[in-house]
Write a protein that binds this ligand. Structure first.
Ligand SMILES: O=C(O)CC1=CCC(=O)O1
Length: 260
């Protein structure tokens, strides 16, 4: 089972928060307490990241495998239906869940993510490099992709250093094989798509592609935010998620492209 924590009233509606490649649930540190006033917030770590066992996935893993771990976690907590927000790879898991397990998901927020992370080859190469040499070069390069210039979160950089290389490479395999573009139109859960304006890893065009294809989805672009928007703009992300997860069904509109 993935390592997880839970906060907020036990009887409140469950909200699961997923992290991105190379990060831990600490990505949500500035956001989760804000959401826990109205939700039972469950954060989980990717395999081999944070405190999750590395052996939960192996070579050739898929986003469907990661989604299966999230469903197993929800089952173990006695949670049938849940709201879900995820960043990047964690957001891909959310899109997969909404497309393929809609009976489990009440509302979705897809944060700094994509329906297709730029093709398989770069991810195959990254997986091969990490299996051969470890994570060092990606840990060095990550802050430029994760944060706007001058911003950093030392705890996230430290957690990146501690990620299990085999599990990281398996997550890259999952990204290589992932392409949800053909399923976006089938997503029927109320969806908020959130992008960081300065994100080079999943630029706003990726968010627009999702928002244009998911019926009724809302799109929000955050200024002064790169790939790890929940770490860089926690108050803005918390406010957007609070509003989205509290909104009555039918409140979404694809005509609304908010900018903050
Ligand atoms: O590591 C990166 O390049 C950014 C990223 C892509 C998928 C993910 O979860 O993080």
């Amino acid at each position: 089972m993935p390592h997880h924590t839970a906060e907020g009233p036990q009887s409140a509606p469950p909200l699961l928060l997923g992290p991105s490649l190379g990060t831990s649930m600490a990505l949500w540190d500035g956001v989760a307490p804000e959401l826990a006033a109205a939700h039972r917030v469950v954060r989980w770590d990717l395999p081999g990241h944070g405190r999750s066992p590395a052996g939960l996935i192996g070579p050739g893993a898929t986003v469907a495998d990661l989604a299966g771990l999230v469903l197993a976690l929800a089952d173990s907590l006695g949670v049938d239906r849940f709201a879900y927000a995820g960043v990047s790879l964690g957001g891909a898991v959310g899109l997969h869940l909404a497309a393929h397990h809609p009976e489990r998901v009440t509302r979705l927020a897809a944060v700094c993510t994509s329906a297709h992370f730029g093709g398989a080859e770069p991810w195959r190469q990254r997986a091969a490099t990490v299996r051969r040499e470890g994570l060092a070069q990606f840990v060095r390069a990550a802050p430029q992709r994760w944060f706007t210039p001058g911003f950093t979160v030392p705890a996230l950089v430290a957690d990146h250093l501690a990620v299990d290389p085999g599990a990281y490479a398996a997550c890259c395999d999952a990204l290589a094989a992932y392409d949800l573009r053909g399923s976006l139109a089938s997503i029927a859960v109320p969806t908020l798509v959130l992008a960081g304006r300065e994100d080079p890893a999943t630029p706003p065009a990726h968010a627009r592609e999702i928002a244009d294809a998911v019926p009724g989805a809302s799109l929000m672009e955050l200024s002064d935010a790169s790939h790890l928007a929940p770490a860089e703009r926690p108050a803005a992300v918390a406010a957007a998620l609070r509003a989205h997860f509290a909104a009555p069904a039918g409140a979404e509109s694809s005509d609304t492209a908010a900018r903050y």
